[in-house]
Ligand binder design. Structure first.
Ligand code: ATP
Ligand code: MG
Ligand code: MG
Ligand code: MG
Length: 563
């Protein structure tokens, strides 16, 4: 690609509302343009990277035996009624009406549609197992879209759904997908970890998340240095409820709450968003205690407790939360209390003036309910250790905490959807059998942002090579003034591309400083400068994006570097 003919639009300004590095750098590199909250155009540059990720995902899904389909992004209400999720899914479901007043939603996920497809297509056990996938746009009406494409409303997801006659076969495919996901993230050059996710009633290995490790991650994961144990915080806590500190003990520290005004709460939340971690316990005058913890950028840990009197706390039931929210049944749906409190936080910050608020400054941290990063590490670990130890294979290792960005999720659904939608096949005996299902998601567009969180420096992005828009940039010094230099750069550019090395030619005629700054900002892994001086010496100036030093190489040495 000749950059003079490509639409590159970088900027020096740091966008004001971009809080994390990936968001800032994607905007500065001109990869994205925002139209409304959580809605972006991917520029030609951004799209090149997105497509790289997509290609790796496709190749590995194909290799793992999944088969690509394409489902509609607009889905009819009727299918969602069959599973009860039209009501239950909650506020993330964007509902739409057509001119005849028929109702639809924009797909946030596609279990209903794929199950409808499967019940029409599959009639015999001989057609099983089968795993259908797509790479398709999703829409979720996130309460707080943020960090650019990291938490967008419209985003690109790879979603796969497998169908089986038996649960054993589902478990096999789940392992197969787990392995495929590990290959995908390894191939993309990301540091990642697979962790147990809280799969509620199903339990066991039924759900795992893949996290890209990054300090700015919204999620917390606990892992052992002495074993394979790794879980997200929700799962770690759910694993050993008995080991949690007694509820009264945990909450005692709010006995002497500080009076806070609405502004204080807003400020607390604002501070949290601006990177300082705070937890906030809010007590309403009807005795409902909400504990919010803001992590680096977001609500991390959330628990709701009903307080008939101080000292007697417990987790609120779903019914109590609903009653408190005045919400329709099913509102919490599959997302649970975690999402609910986000709703509460958003809806009610404005009304908190009358509430009693305790924050986690010094003595006000709510042990076992939550924890924040401004607590000393040992204290955090002790909190979580309380929860996890005695239950799980820490195996003499150290329990460590890390921040992660959820980029993938594999799930054994079992027969829940197939049962609700009557998706059956005939088994060996000619009897109708409800199929068992798995679902497997990857946040394709989120991966782009997550990769930047993990790989950047002062100057810009450092793409892992498989994701880079181009592997090599050939930079021409003074192309307009010097025909020889231009010709040599063009020749090198052609040769590199012919050798299968994806190369961009920076023939825009920018001054060297501005040109190099752009190439560094957009993260091209290898830079080759063609200049009059180099030509005279028979060398090219080569520099790896990750290295400080450049070196002068002749053609042979340069090709050896790049191939
Ligand atoms: P999160 O916990 O971050 O809200 P999720 O658990 O709701 O994600 P899943 O339903 O598991 O998401 O969807 C599969 C994948 O889609 C996630 O692992 C994530 O990578 C991606 N994803 C989910 N929501 C968004 C979003 N709003 N923007 C970008 N990617 C997303
Ligand atoms: Mg979500
Ligand atoms: Mg999640
Ligand atoms: Mg998930």
């Amino acid at each position: 690609m000749r950059l003079s003919r490509f639409h590159l639009h970088t900027t020096k300004e740091t966008p004001a509302d971009a809080e994390i590095a990936s968001h800032r750098l994607m905007l500065r590199a001109g990869m994205l343009r925002k139209h409304a909250a959580g809605l972006y155009t991917w520029s030609p540059l951004g799209l090149r990277v997105l497509r790289k990720v997509e290609r790796v995902v496709r190749e590995e899904m194909d290799r793992a035996g999944a088969i690509e389909v394409s489902m509609p992004t607009i889905q009819p209400r009727e299918l969602w009624e069959e599973t009860g999720r039209w009501e239950k899914f909650g506020g993330q479901l964007l509902k739409i009406k057509d001119r005849k007043d028929a109702e639809y939603c924009y797909a946030p996920t596609a279990e209903e549609v794929i199950t409808d497809f499967a019940r029409g297509e599959l009639s015999s056990y001989k057609q099983l197992p089968v795993n259908f996938y797509q790479v398709q746009t999703k829409f979720r009406d996130e309460i707080r879209p943020r960090f650019g494409v990291m938490r967008a409303r419209e985003f690109l997801m790879k979603d796969a759904y497998s169908f089986h006659l038996t649960d054993e076969d589902l478990a096999r495919e789940y392992q197969n997908m787990h392995a495929a996901y590990s290959r995908i993230f390894a191939r993309l050059g990301l540091k990642f970890r697979a962790v147990q996710a809280d799969s509620g009633a199903i339990g066991g290995d039924a759900s795992q998340e893949f996290h890209v490790l990054a300090d700015s991650g919204e999620d917390s994961i606990a892992f052992s240095t002495g074993s394979d144990y790794a879980a997200n915080i929700e799962a770690a806590q759910a694993a050993a409820p008995g080991a949690r500190p007694a509820a009264g003990e945990a909450m005692r520290k709010v006995d002497t709450p500080t009076q806070k005004t609405c502004e204080d709460v807003a400020a607390l939340l604002g501070i949290a968003l601006a990177r300082t971690v705070k937890s906030v316990a809010v007590m309403t005058d009807d005795g409902f205690v909400l504990a919010l913890v803001r992590g680096d950028h977001a609500v991390n840990e959330i628990k709701l407790r009903k307080a008939p009197g101080l000292g007697d706390y417990r987790l609120a039931t779903e019914a109590e939360i609903l009653e408190y929210l005045g919400s329709e049944p099913g509102f919490l749906g599959p997302i649970g209390a975690k999402q609910a409190i986000r709703v509460i936080a958003d809806r009610e910050v404005a009304a908190m003036a009358d509430f009693v608020v305790g924050a986690n400054e010094a003595g006000y941290h709510l042990a076992g309910v939550n924890w924040g990063r401004d607590l000393p590490e040992p204290e955090i670990v002790a909190d979580i250790r309380n929860v996890v130890e005695g239950d799980r294979a820490i195996d003499g290792g150290e329990l460590r905490l890390a921040r992660g960005i959820e980029v993938g999720h594999v799930f054994q659904l079992g027969r829940k959807y197939a049962e609700a939608m009557n998706a059956t096949v005939l088994d060996e005996n000619g009897k109708a059998a409800t199929m068992s299902m798995g679902c497997y998601g990857i946040g394709v567009s989120r991966i782009v942002a997550a990769a930047i969180e993990q790989n950047h420096d002062e100057a810009g992005i450092l793409w892992p090579e498989p994701m880079a828009p181009w592997r090599v940039a050939v930079c021409v010094i003074n192309p307009k003034n010097d025909a020889n230099v231009s010709a040599a750069a063009e020749a090198l550019y052609d040769e590199l591309n012919a050798a299968g090395i994806e190369t961009a030619l920076d023939d825009r005629g920018l001054r060297p400083g501005a040109m190099f700054a752009d190439i560094e900002l957009i993260g091209i892994p290898h830079r080759v400068v063609v200049s009059e001086r180099g030509l005279a010496a028979g060398t090219f100036e080569y520099r790896a994006r990750s290295a400080g030093e450049s070196e002068n190489l002749d053609r042979t040495a340069l090709f050896a570097k790049l191939t």
